[in-house]
Write a new protein. Structure first.
Length: 133
């Protein structure tokens, strides 16, 4: 049987355990925005070389969001004394996790954005993005 891959923790789960993430908890803000950045980047790569209009639109949207989230995440991470190397390591871990889940989703369900990825993408768009608009 095909078993879908799942993330160790969704952003909704993390946010519910860290209620001050959007005010005074800079470490949590950095963590959440870095995950949103990586997720947006991973999704943008799925659409990067596709030629249909919808894929081009999704690529443009997700790549611009990846950049926006990365800027805020990096600033918050530096504010709490984080190093570039540790920031990059965290990004690599989440890129691998999101990539693996997306491939599993594609293999099992025929679509990349489903389950935990869909949940995190919704959280990034509805709860995190409004902080920076």
């Amino acid at each position: 049987p095909n078993l879908a891959y799942s993330l160790p923790e969704t952003l909704d789960d993390y946010i519910s355990q860290h209620p001050t993430w959007n005010s005074s908890d800079m470490a949590s803000l950095s963590y959440i925005t870095s995950r949103c950045s990586v997720l947006s980047l991973v999704i943008s790569e799925r659409y990067k070389n596709q030629n249909d209009a919808q894929s081009k639109k999704l690529y443009k949207l997700t790549s611009s969001r990846a950049t926006l989230f990365a800027i805020y995440s990096d600033a918050a991470f530096k504010e709490i004394g984080g190093t570039t190397k540790s920031f990059q390591e965290r990004a690599k871990v989440w890129a691998k996790l999101y990539g693996e889940e997306g491939v599993s989703n594609t293999n099992v369900y025929g679509t990349f954005i489903r389950g935990d990825i869909a949940s995190d993408l919704t959280t990034c768009g509805e709860q995190v993005l409004p902080l920076f608009e």
